[in-house]
Write a protein that binds this ligand. Structure first.
Ligand SMILES: [Zn+2]
Length: 77
């Protein structure tokens, strides 16, 4: 479940804002990636591990906010 990964990353302050490099404070889900799409007569399976979220930095002096499905790139290992 990608949402729990995001939640955990934020709780552990591992989701970093690309602008101020401080931990992102909150997120909102805006779409689940679908599991399969119909492509003509075929059903094409796609990787559904990504959810689209709106990330909000929330730190003082930073107004960074972004809708992204590439939130994984912002999580520090
Ligand atoms: Zn920021």
């Amino acid at each position: 479940m990608s949402l729990s990964i995001i939640q955990e990353a934020i709780a552990n302050k591992k989701m970093l804002c690309p602008k101020c490099k401080k931990p992102v404070q909150k997120f909102e889900k805006y779409a689940e990636t679908i599991d399969a799409v119909r492509d003509g007569f075929n059903i094409v399976e796609i990787d559904s591990r990504g959810s689209r979220v709106t990330l909000t930095c929330g730190n003082d002096g930073c107004d960074w906010k972004e809708r992204t499905e590439y939130w994984r790139n912002l999580i520090e290992d």
